[in-house]
Design a protein around this ligand. Structure first.
Ligand code: ZN
Length: 99
């Protein structure tokens, strides 16, 4: 897996699908990778689940202008997890929010 430092995403490709950056470097275990963006309430629930399972996530407010313009007052959060826990985090998320 490769990693884009600008976008904090882990990808299979040589090129970042978000910003087009290339070449990408190999991802390291402690690189924070974008997991998901969720409404504040759900984000906090997911952060708790991750913490409980030994994953140490970080999060920050998403600046989603389009979404705010649709009339929403609720804030959203982007959640990132270290790459070595990324697979586990995906599974935990699937369990918590089956879609
Ligand atoms: Zn990028």
């Amino acid at each position: 897996m490769n990693y884009c430092e600008r976008c904090h995403v882990a990808v299979e490709n040589e090129q970042c699908p978000v910003c087009g950056e290339t070449p990408l470097r190999l991802v390291r275990g402690d690189d924070y990778c974008f997991l998901v963006e969720k409404e504040d309430m759900w984000a906090r629930m997911l952060l708790e689940i991750l913490e409980d399972n030994g994953v140490h996530p970080i999060s920050h407010d998403a600046t989603d202008v389009v979404w705010v313009m649709r009339g929403g007052e609720k804030s959203r959060q982007c959640i990132y997890v270290p790459f070595r826990h990324w697979q586990l985090a995906q599974e935990l998320m699937q369990t918590a929010f089956p879609e």
